[in-house]
Design a protein. Structure first.
Lengths: 413, 131
């Protein structure tokens, strides 16, 4: 098998991988190799043809392909290398990679690795949908790929299960393409997508949103003929007698995303159950020295702008790790989610540098504060007019404030 | 006087706006905005005014390409169009064919359905290698 030694190797050519590669180059690393399994760079942005990307990063609303192209141009301008149509099969505990490439198997010995594999959609199997298994059931992202990249319409009468942003955007897309969306059904009492997507994807086209309602049965043999929906009680169990049949030929699932971490698990990288991603410190370094993680492989983001920012940091740290100049002190402070907080990231920090704490809350609320405490002592915080599980919260934390701290707790107060 | 609830679509914050309106005069817009509450920035009231009197949207879709490395090129309107005219513009989008190559920013259709916008390409399409 061909073997090669490389400096920084980035796995994944979506927004996280591209930004990490650009940053590694910017930080003075000469040899940056990005491995992408698709034939084009840009990842999922290529099929996100709607606009609204880049408001924070570029100060304007770009479509997905436009946002991706800015990073692709920068990637090439800085002379980073992309290995296309190649897939990393495994990583070992010394960062060693086995890659299946167009030129056969390659063994790579990288000085540092950035994990930027993105995330996957939850499927019908993942949510244990009852009923038959006819054709016509797609994840929202798969439908988006078929419609926007391959010119294949998925159906005529569509029901969307789950009110995640991709589902909302696909409800609009299908309506624009002449399909009829019967409704969006959400098991929770609130929508999980961004409020503005409720407005411009559903309200604009009179698509009904049914909260506390879910699909409880699928019908049809060859092709889907309809779904049974029912109202849900506060414990998310169907309320007897509220079932009704909704005829449709297509069901789109927008029921959550899962960080893609087969490789990380294979290498026994310590994982964090709450995020589904790796456990990282304030340099985005995982439990394996020199292996960094960022983007949706680390935790599912709401906005690509934050993915780019986070990945740029991870890429910069990967380059620094290689140069060995700057120290990577052992993380000595743990950060834990407490009241009202679903997860925090990073989960452990050194206290040697300032960092951004990312987190998600459990339920929607108004006029609260998110506080970071070391026992009774307030270390950082942010007043929030509005908190929503769909939106990531980001709080700046100063490293110097962590002196003497062992465990920080983050809560909604 | 009537109160209308809107979600601002200017940015991902999606501020909930309460808009106080009164019936418009004959020949003009259906409503007139008296006051706006709930905005997180100065763009909110501006958008609410527009939304109540002349709602507009930017739309994104895709156009068939011949001889390209992908069958579709994604496009968007380079200016917002009236909400009520979206389906006319979509009809025109579906009837158009373009030929590869296409660059980002190329104007593929001028004034679709007689609107004052253009349809511009949002992705690059190379010529297909296949003969």
């Amino acid at each position: 098998m061909q073997t090669m030694k490389r400096d920084v190797v980035i796995i994944g050519g979506g927004p996280a991988g591209l930004s990490a590669a650009v940053a590694a180059k910017e930080s003075g690393c000469e040899d940056v190799l990005l491995i992408e399994r698709d034939r084009i760079l840009g990842g999922i942005l290529n099929q996100c043809i709607h606009d609204g990307f880049g408001l924070h990063r570029f100060g304007e609303a770009l479509t997905g392909p436009e946002y991706a192209q800015r990073y692709i141009d920068e990637f090439h301008r800085r002379g980073a290398e992309a290995m296309m149509g190649a897939i990393v099969l495994s990583m070992d505990q010394n960062r060693g990679l086995v890659v299946s490439s167009r030129r056969g198997f390659i063994k790579i010995d990288p000085g540092a690795v950035v994990l930027a594999m993105g995330c996957r959609e939850r499927t019908a199997g993942a949510i244990s949908l009852p009923g038959t298994r006819p054709a016509g059931i797609y994840t929202a992202g798969a439908a988006q790929n078929l419609i926007n990249l391959q010119n294949i319409m998925v159906g005529e009468r569509v029901v969307v299960l789950g009110s995640g942003d991709i589902g909302l955007i696909m409800a609009r897309r299908i309506t624009l393409e002449g399909g009829k969306v019967e409704g969006v059904f959400e098991i929770l009492p609130y929508a999980s997508g961004l409020p503005r997507n409720i407005q411009q994807c559903l309200h604009d086209y009179d698509i009904p949103l049914h909260l506390s309602t879910s699909v409880v049965n699928l019908h049809g043999k060859e092709r889907l003929t309809g779904v049974t929906v029912a109202r849900m009680d506060p414990n998310l169990r169907p309320i007897q007698g509220t079932e009704r049949f909704v005829p449709c030929d297509t069901l789109l699932l927008s029921v959550g995303l899962i960080p893609e971490n087969e490789l990380s698990r294979g290498a026994k990288v310590h994982m964090e159950e709450r995020t589904g991603g790796a456990l990282v410190d304030d340099a985005f370094m995982t439990s394996i020295p020199g292996v960094f993680s960022c983007g949706n492989a680390l935790h599912v983001h709401d906005l690509v702008d934050w993915v780019s920012g986070e990945a740029a940091q991870a890429g910069g740290f990967a380059a620094e790790f290689l140069q060995g100049g700057k120290k990577f002190p052992e993380p000595s402070v743990r950060i834990l989610p407490s009241d009202g907080v679903r997860y925090v990231l990073p989960q452990q920090v050194s206290g040697s540098r300032d960092f951004i704490l990312s987190l998600r809350v459990r339920e929607p609320s108004r006029d609260r504060a998110v506080r970071v405490r070391d026992g009774g002592r307030k270390v950082a915080g942010k007043k929030m007019g509005r908190l929503h599980p769909a939106e990531m919260v980001r709080i700046k934390v100063k490293g110097e404030k962590l002196q003497g701290a062992r465990t920080l707790e983050v809560s909604v107060e | 006087m009537k109160k209308k609830e809107l979600i601002c679509v200017i940015c991902p914050n999606g501020c909930p706006l309460a808009v106080l309106v009164e019936e418009g005069t004959e020949g003009g817009p259906a409503f007139r905005v008296l006051a706006v509450e709930g905005e997180g920035c100065e763009k909110g009231p501006e958008w609410a005014e527009q939304e109540i009197t002349h709602p507009v949207r930017t739309i994104a879709s895709s156009i068939l390409v011949e001889g390209g490395d992908f069958p579709l090129v994604s496009v968007r309107t380079d200016a917002p169009i009236p909400l009520g005219r979206i389906f006319e513009v979509m009809k025109e989008i579906r009837s158009v064919r373009v030929t590869a190559p296409v660059k980002i920013g190329d104007i593929l259709v001028k004034n679709p359905a007689g609107t004052s916008c253009n349809l511009v390409a949002t992705r690059m399409i190379r010529e297909s290698n296949a003969s």
